[in-house]
Each structure stands twice: as C-alpha cells, then as structure tokens.
Design a protein around this ligand. Structure first.
Ligand code: B12
Ligand code: SF4
Length: 502
C-alpha cells in the first residue's frame, strides 16, 4: 500500500517547537526509506495533502495541552479520506484511555522509535499491527493493549536526529537547534513526568541514559554545517547530572562547535568548576528550577529535595561565572496559599535572575500532584483541568472562591515587576487584590515576549529575529484559533481525567 506520514504541529512557526521526539523517530523512519513531513496543524493544509490512492498516517506528538486540538483535527481529517492516526508523546503515555476517543486509531506509550517503524512497515505490507509492543490499537471496535518493550539501553545506537524535517517545514525560522543528549532524571518532583515514567517502566531497563560526547558532537557538526543555526538549545532534563561527561563535553564543544547554547540545571549539581566549564564552552544561559520559595511547598508538596541555601548558592555561582540565569517558578498549586507563593517572588528578588519564568500549576495525569489536586477536590469536574494554553493565562484548578483565584493569577502576571524594580513589591501586593483583568495579562505577555527575544537569547539574535518572528506569530494566532475550535468539554479527555491517574 502507498503511504505518506505527516506530523501536524501546533505553533510550528514559533521555531522553538522543534520536537526531538519527532526528529528522532523521523531519523529511524528515514533509515528504513520512509520520508515523513512536519506540517502546521491546520485542517485545510493537511486536507489538501490527502490522496485517494494513499494511506495518510497522521502522527501526533502529543503533550496534554495539545491533545484536544489534535483529537479534533484527527476526527475531521478521518472523515475526508484514507487516514490512520497514531498518537504518541506524554499524553497518551500517561492517559492511554485516549484510545477510546473517536479519531484515535492507535497510540504509543513511552519510547516511540521502534514501535512507529514497525507500525508503518506493517501498514505498508498489509500485515497485522495489533501485536506491536508499546502500541494500543483500536481495530473494528476491539482494543489491543500491548505491553511495553524495554527502554533503549544505548542511545548511541539510534541514528542522529533528523533536523532537516524542521528545516524543510520552516526554512526561514530555524535559528536554534534543539538537541537532547540524555533521557531520564533520577529525581521525584511531584509535578513532573519522571516519577510516573519510572513507575511505568519498572523492571524494563535503566531510566537515566546518556549519549556519548562523540555522538552528540557528530550531531552538532551536522547542524553547524547549515548556516541557519545560531544557537543550540539543550533540552535534557538535567544537563549537568554527570560532571565527568560535562567536562569532556565542554572541551570538545568549545573547540569543535562553539555556538552559544542553553541548558537546564539543578541547584544541587552546580559547582564553581561546572559553571566555569559551561561558560568556557560557550554557554549563554542556564535554566534552573526554583519552583517555590516556601520550604514546605518546595520539599513536601513538590518534593524538590533542596534547601533555600542550595538555590541561593547555585545562583551566585552561575551569575559569578558570567552565565545568564533563568529561573522556573510555579504558582497556584493545590493546597498552597498566596502567602507561600509570595515567598517564591521574594526568593527571586533575592537572587535576581536574568529572567524569571512563571507558570500556574497545571497538573497532568499520572503525576503525584494530579492525585493530590484530586484529593483536595481542586480538579475541574468538567475536564477543564486539561484545557489548552491556560498555563500562561488562567489556572485550571478550582479554588475556594473567585477572589483567591484572581489573586494567584494576578501575582503571576505581575511577578516580574518587583524582581526588576524592588520598591514595587508593596504596590504589587496591593494590585493583586484587584479582579483578574486583561490589562495585567497584556503587560505580562509583552514582558514574556520581550524576555523571549532579548533576555533569553543573546541580544544580537533576538534583535535580528524580533520583527520577523513577531510577524509570523501574528499570522499563526489566527490559524491556531481555526484549528483549535471550541474548548474541550466532556469526552475521553475530559470526563475520564479524574479517574485515570494511578
Ligand atoms: C523540550 C521540552 C519543551 C519545549 C518543546 C519544544 C522543543 N523545542 O522540544 C518547550 C520549552 C517549548 C516545551 C513547552 C511545553 N512543555 Co515541555 N518539555 C520539554 C522536555 C524537557 C523535553 C522534550 C523532549 O524533547 N524529549 C525527548 C524525546 C526523545 O522524548 P519525547 O518527546 O517524549 O518523545 C518520545 C516518546 O514520547 C515518543 N513519541 C513522542 N511523540 C510521538 C509521536 C508518535 C506518533 C509516536 C509513535 C511516538 C511519539 O517517542 C519519542 C522517542 O522515543 C520534556 C521532558 C522530557 N524529558 O521529555 C517536557 C515536557 C514534554 N513538557 C511538558 C509541558 C507541560 C510543557 C508545556 C505545557 C509547559 C508550559 N508551561 O507551557 C509546554 C507545552 C507546549 C509544547 N509545545 O509542547 C511536560 C508534558 C506533560 C504532559 N502530560 O503533557 C513534559 C513531559 C515535562 C513535564 N513537566 O513533565 N517543552
Ligand atoms: S529535577 Fe527536573 S526533570 Fe528531574 S524530576 Fe524534578 S522537575 Fe523533573
């Protein structure tokens, strides 16, 4: 059978939505002579690609926030022609009941490289697909729930990720290469997928795995050969987990690659030596989870397992080495008071990061904090907990009353102000008592935009791309509105949200 594989991606033109999962699977598909393409998640655009004599495989890489949009897109496209849908990524991994939803033919739990290739080969050859490990398949009303295969032990055995798939899709906007050198993290933070992943894969191999420095440098050389790339974004959960690896990498990266880069670090892993090595290698910014200023919230609610002293010390070392520090912060978590969230702001004011990222907690199925929110009765029974793009705007949790919710949401919007202008702290404390409003949201989104272009990338790159990307983004927002359609209410995503997490 003739087949074509397409990967619909929301906000493709933003340029930072280059998913390693897609480029990694695409590389293996290519090795088996299957060419796949990334395409904007737009009904009309994809519909125009459907062919009568060809089976179109819609491959969705699905974080929870996009699940509803992708479901809708799949349903509509399946009515238009010969389409087979496969959902992979975090959402189907932890919420496999998604298989019951209309529009889902199959889903992949966990690592997707080999399951995807086996599935595509079987579809092409007309062989059964119902027994492929990691896949759940819906065929003629019956659901086949296959077990997981072991984790990929040696990541160097995978082909180098296919960056070309994004270069072809967005040729004018690929300025940063998104690269992953490891998989897994040994920590247990309650809002993060890692503890759920460990549970899922128990007895199926080593969780934390890292590519060799040589393998990573080989990938980066192929990236650097294309003039478009001016920055490398390492998206490993914990880039600095292994000091020997960092030492070897830093030396080779400095001499053989040299592009400015960013990575994620954890406060308790930062030493002056590691910070120096990163800086010498060309690191421009590090992103570090601060998450909560209150000791109880940080270590009991989030299980971060770190003290305020660890955070302050790491911040001083990072800034002392001349690296830009970006903090990650979470507000509005279940059982957390406004006073506790204010301590998060106070700690940021103390360490003065270059930029403070701040989200409202959105609990995802499978995580400990999802269960905690359910216990406290804070999950929206209509399924709004999982709705889209809310992390930057409104909380998906239900609070005691509107006033409490408004204050938390306002605090997120004005969070940046006292970090930039410390004397505004009392003013901000007063302003958050106002009803949540569009003006605060506007100010916040301008600030995040400014940060994105001028604070979290070197100014030269930000300035060069600012207008171009702003124009592209303005165009994308209308496309997104069309693709998204009505907000989710009650279907396989919504109704079951409260019953799936273990
Ligand atoms: C990098 C990253 C981002 C980047 C994404 C773009 C980019 N440049 O890659 C940015 C910063 C933009 C981002 C944003 C967000 N992210 Co993020 N992100 C990550 C991170 C750290 C790495 C992703 C990655 O590359 N993984 C490596 C690849 C190899 O793994 P993978 O993507 O899971 O893919 C494998 C399998 O899942 C599967 N697979 C994936 N897709 C498909 C598709 C098919 C068809 C098949 C068969 C298989 C398959 O096969 C792949 C190879 O084995 C992960 C954590 C993690 N370690 O995975 C969080 C993570 C994915 N993000 C998360 C979240 C919550 C978000 C945001 C909602 C945050 C926010 N506050 O806005 C947004 C969502 C918007 C979006 N675009 O996804 C959550 C998702 C949880 C959930 N249930 O959805 C994660 C898991 C972290 C966490 N908190 O637990 N993110
Ligand atoms: S340290 Fe980061 S990646 Fe690791 S479990 Fe915690 S939040 Fe997740």
């Amino acid at each position: 059978m003739k087949i074509q594989i397409v990967w619909p991606v929301i906000d493709l033109y933003k340029g930072d939505n280059q998913f390693v999962g897609i480029s990694q699977i695409s590389a293996l598909l290519k090795k088996k002579d299957f060419v796949s393409q990334v395409i904007e998640a737009d009904f009309k655009k994809i519909k125009s690609r459907l062919r009568k004599d060809t089976l179109t495989i819609l491959a969705f890489s699905t974080p929870t926030v996009y699940a509803q949009t992708y479901l809708e897109l799949s349903r509509r496209l399946k009515r238009e022609g010969s389409v087979f849908s496969i959902f992979g990524g975090p959402h189907p991994t932890y919420f496999p009941d998604l298989i019951e939803a209309e529009g889902v033919d199959s889903l992949c739990r966990g690592e997707g490289e080999y399951p995807m290739v086996e599935c595509v080969e079987a579809l092409r050859d007309g062989h059964p697909i119902t027994g492929i490990p990691n896949l759940w398949i819906k065929e003629k009303g019956t659901i086949f729930r296959n077990p997981l295969r072991p984790l990929i032990e040696d990541l160097d055995t995978l082909p180098l990720p296919d960056h070309e798939i994004f270069r072809r899709a967005i040729p004018n906007n690929v300025w940063q290469a998104v690269v992953m050198t490891s998989r897994g993290c040994p920590y247990q933070c309650t809002y993060c997928f890692n503890h759920a992943y460990r549970e899922l894969y128990r007895g199926k191999g080593r969780m934390v795995r890292r590519r060799s420095v040589g393998h990573v440098i080989q990938e980066l050389k192929s990236v650097k050969a294309h003039k478009n790339y001016e920055f490398v974004r390492f998206v490993d959960d914990l880039f600095t987990l292994n000091p020997e690896w960092v030492e070897e990498f830093s030396e080779k990266y400095r001499t053989e690659i040299g592009l400015p880069f960013s990575c994620f670090v954890r406060a308790n892993h930062i030493t002056p030596q590691i910070a120096r090595q990163l800086k010498t290698a060309g690191c421009w910014r590090v992103q570090m989870g601060l998450e909560a200023g209150d000791e109880f919230v940080r270590n009991e609610v989030f299980k971060r397992n770190m003290s305020e002293g660890d955070i302050v010390r790491a911040a001083r070392i990072i800034q002392g080495a001349g690296l830009k520090l970006v903090t990650g912060n979470i507000l509005g978590s279940p059982g957390v008071t406004l006073e506790q969230d204010l301590k998060t702001l106070a700690l940021n004011m103390k360490i003065k990061p270059h930029f403070a990222g701040v989200s409202l907690l959105q609990p995802y199925p499978g995580t400990e904090i999802f269960n905690y929110a359910r216990q406290l009765g804070m999950l929206d029974p209509a399924g709004g907990t999982l709705r889209e793009t809310t992390v930057s705007r409104t909380s998906t949790l239900t609070f005691k009353n509107r006033r409490e919710k408004d204050r938390i949401e306002n605090l997120q919007k004005l969070f940046f102000l006292p970090i930039e202008i410390p004397w505004s702290f009392p003013l901000v404390k007063a302003m958050i008592k106002l009803p949540a409003n569009r003006f605060f949201h506007y100010v916040f989104s301008r600030w995040v935009n400014y940060g994105q272009y001028f604070r979290v990338v070197p100014p030269r790159i930000g300035g060069k791309y600012f207008w171009k990307r702003a124009k592209i983004l303005a165009g994308v927002s209308s496309v997104m509105k069309r693709a998204i359609g009505p907000s989710p209410k009650s279907d396989a995503l919504g109704k079951k949200a409260g019953t799936t997490a273990s």
